[in-house]
Structure formats: C-alpha cells, structure tokens
Design a protein around this ligand. Structure first.
Ligand code: FDA
Length: 401
C-alpha cells in the first residue's frame, strides 16, 4: 500500500507530526510496535503530564548543536501548543518554574492528539513490527517499509521512535539503527534526567543523611546552568529535581576528553556565607543550630558531624572556617554513575542534529528521511521542555513532509 508519509513511533512527536501532515492533506500511516499508544504521555508528570513550559528557549536544551532547536521552537512554540490544549478545552494549571500540567489526567493530551489525527484521517498500525526499510530510486524515489502487517511505500519516512529511557514501556534503539543504516552519525546515547549513584564508601559516609531532603542549588563546575530545587539523599545516591537536572550536564561531560568532575551543591544560595558565619563567630552558637534556620534540622546536624564541624563557631579554627565556607557554598560530591535507563526520564545524545535540517528535521544527506522527538540529539531540562521538543519537531516535520 502507498502513503505519502509513514511515521514510525506513535508517541508525542509521532502523533503531532501525523496530525499536522494529515491535516495538510497528506495520506499518513502511523506505525507503533506497542498495542497501546502514548504510554509515555500517560505516565508523565505523575499522571498529569507536564506538557510544556511558559518559558521555552534553546537554552533549556542540551545538544552537540546548541542552536538546533531555535527554528522548530519558533515555528511551533509553547504558546501554539497551549492554544491547541485550550481549543480542546483541557483544564490545566501552572506550577513553579512555569511548568504547565493537566488538571485531570495526561489521558486528555492523548485523546487530544488522537482527535487531531482523526481529523486528518490518519491510518494506524499498532502492534506492528518494522522488519526492514529500503530506500529505492526506481519508480520515483520512495521508501519501502516491510512490517508484520505487510509492506508499505511512502515518499517521506519519519522516525519518531523515541530514546532508551523507561525500557519497560516500549523504548527501543530502533531510530539509532535506522540512522546508522543510512550513514547518519549518532551521538552516543546516555541516560539523562536520572538519579545519580554514589560509590559504597561515599554512601557509608553519608549514611546518617540518608532520607534527607532539602533545597539547594546544583551545578556542574565549568558549566553555566544552576538548578535551585529539592535534593534527596537516598540509600543509593542522589535524587530529587535539582539532581535530575544537573545529571544531564554531568553526563554531558562524558563527550569531552577530560575526566568527569563532581557535582557541586550550594546549600545556602541566598546568603553571603563568609559574612554570615563571621557575624556569628563570637557567640557560643553551634553551626548546626544556625543552619537549622535554613535547612532541615536533622540534615544540618548530620552534615556538621560529617564534616567535623559539630562545635560552637567560637571554637572554629581558621581551617574549620574555610571548610565550612567551601562546603556550604560548594559541597562537592562525585557520583559513581547513574541509576540507568530504568530510572531515567530521557536520553541524552541520539541522531546527530548536525546531519538534520533545523527547519524541517529532514536528514540532509538522505532526502525524504526525517527524525523527530527524543531520538534526536536534543535533551530538554525537566519541566515540560522534552514534550515541547516533541511537539515542535513533530509539527515542523509534519509541515514539511
Ligand atoms: P515517545 O517515547 O513518546 O514515543 C516513541 C514511540 O515509538 C513509542 O510509542 C514507542 O512504542 C514507539 N517505538 C519505539 N520503538 C519502536 C519500534 N521499533 N517500532 C515501532 N514503534 C516503536 N517530558 C516532559 O516534557 N514532561 C513530563 O512530565 C515528562 N514526564 C516523564 C515521565 C517519565 C516517567 C518518563 C520516562 C519521561 C517523561 N518525560 C516528560 C519525557 C517525555 O516522555 C519524552 O521526552 C517524550 O515522550 C518523547 O517523545 P517521543 O515521541 O520522541 O518519544
């Protein structure tokens, strides 16, 4: 059977692309190997889908090609997606950092995308495995897609099969394999927005702090972004939004030639720590008691014990003072790794965006072949940015195919 467009992967990006292309009058087939579509949307945002963010720009994405997202985000912006949500009368609300969530259920977003696809009469093939893809020059350039449901032909082939995060719900390296088949470079995929593991000796040292949760500002030394959110110390390592955010940058270091650096936590980002400590130096007050005004008391006490700072400030040596200042402003922790794709929200790396048109997502060396969504080397911050990339890249490809 012949189609104008075949899209492989009926997730966020694939459905958006199918809706746009079909509403432009293209005959579209949307293939997914899963029986149930949109699973990643369904489980996202704790079941309420953080579908976009009020403030979205290229600075919220990691890629080997930092400006790649600019055109797609401009062509189909967060405001455009919000307008769609409002047109479908989906109730939503805003949380901190401009994050937009459904009031009721992520299912509302799935139903909205299905309705948009139905409007364009998209054909569906779910539970369908792709066995082979060929690009043929005979009879006009076209792609031949052999699947368990038969062989289909199309002029434009869009790969929207996502990354490797959350393998339990259908993640696969399919998209990277297609890129390799057509000679396109792939930036080595790695888990991102992921809890960080600590080595057993560090975990043993931090054991008294296990279970503690506190607000801090995290960063990777030498990199600009800083994330002020909650940190959670667990029995395996570090978690919480401030850690998930910085984990992507910590992973990014692996692409460089230099050794990985530890992450740094600023425990008192609002204070001029040297001046604050100095002003209490002459009293008989314990550092832990002072810290308890800003951090959970149990954490403050255990942290001071850990750093041998569990004494009144008046008894601090010069060296104690230096340790306190440095450790409060930049508590340095070296992760031993991540908790892997099973606990990751997204994949860092992917099909190298330097081989794609930023305006259309078409592979420059392979006309007619497109890559959209998470399979591309574009990774957003936590906060609705990854879905916005799926919507924007899906929409621009849907406009171009
Ligand atoms: P997506 O993964 O959505 O879809 C890919 C589709 O391709 C799937 O339907 C899959 O079955 C199919 N597929 C894979 N291999 C195939 C093959 N070989 N053949 C056929 N089909 C194949 N982001 C955000 O912005 N806000 C949020 O709240 C969250 N929350 C969140 C929670 C959790 C637990 C996770 C794991 C992830 C998030 N994310 C998120 C990230 C977000 O889910 C993700 O970035 C987008 O779903 C990516 O959209 P894609 O369409 O690219 O891939």
């Amino acid at each position: 059977m012949r189609f104008d467009v075949i899209i492989i992967g009926a997730g966020a990006a694939g459905m958006m692309c199918a809706a746009r292309a079909s509403q432009r009058g293209r005959r579209v087939l949307l293939i997914d190997h899963a029986d149930k579509i949109g699973e990643r949307i369904r489980i996202s945002g704790g079941g309420r889908c953080n579908f976009t963010n009020r403030d979205v720009g290229p600075e919220h994405y990691l890629s080997q090609n930092p400006h790649f997202t600019r055109s797609a985000l401009k062509q189909f912006s967060a405001r455009d997606f919000l307008a769609l949500v409002e047109r479908h009368r989906i109730p939503y609300h805003e949380r901190e950092h401009g994050q937009l969530f459904c009031d009721d259920s992520a299912q509302d977003i799935i139903v909205m995308l299905q309705r948009e696809c139905a409007q364009g009469d998209v054909q569906w093939a779910t539970g369908c495995m792709v066995e082979r893809i060929e690009r043929r020059e005979t009879d006009g350039m076209h792609f031949e897609v052999a699947t368990t449901e038969g062989t289909f032909r199309c002029h434009s082939l869009v790969i929207a099969s996502g990354g490797l995060a959350a393998p339990k719900i259908g993640a696969s390296p399919f998209g990277y394999k297609v890129a390799e088949q057509f000679g396109l470079p792939v930036v080595a995929p790695k888990p991102a927005l992921v809890p960080l593991a600590l080595a057993p000796e560090t975990l043993a040292r931090l054991q008294p702090l296990s279970g503690a949760s506190f607000e801090a500002q995290t960063r990777c030394p030498g990199m600009k972004p800083r994330f002020r959110e909650d940190v959670l110390l667990t029995h395996r390592g570090l978690s919480g939004p401030a850690i998930l955010q910085v984990s992507s940058y910590w992973q990014l270091q692996e692409y460089g030639a230099e050794k990985k650096q530890p992450i740094a936590l600023d425990l008192l980002p609002d204070l001029n720590v040297p001046a604050w400590l100095e002003s209490h130096r002459h009293g008989n007050v314990l550092l832990a008691n002072l810290l308890a005004d800003h951090l959970p008391r149990r954490f403050a006490q255990a942290w001071c014990m850990l750093l041998n700072l569990d004494k009144p400030l008046a008894q601090f040596s010069k060296r104690d003072m230096q340790t306190a200042i440095e450790s409060l402003q930049s508590w340095s922790l070296m992760p031993s790794g991540t908790l892997g794709y099973a606990k990751a929200e997204v994949t860092l790396g992917g099909v190298d965006s330097r081989a794609l048109s930023s305006k259309t997502m078409e592979a420059t060396p392979v006309p007619g072949l497109y890559f959209i969504g998470e399979v591309v080397d574009v990774t957003g911050w936590l906060g609705g940015y990854n879905f916005q990339w799926a919507w924007s890249s899906g929409w621009v490809a849907g406009q171009a195919v």
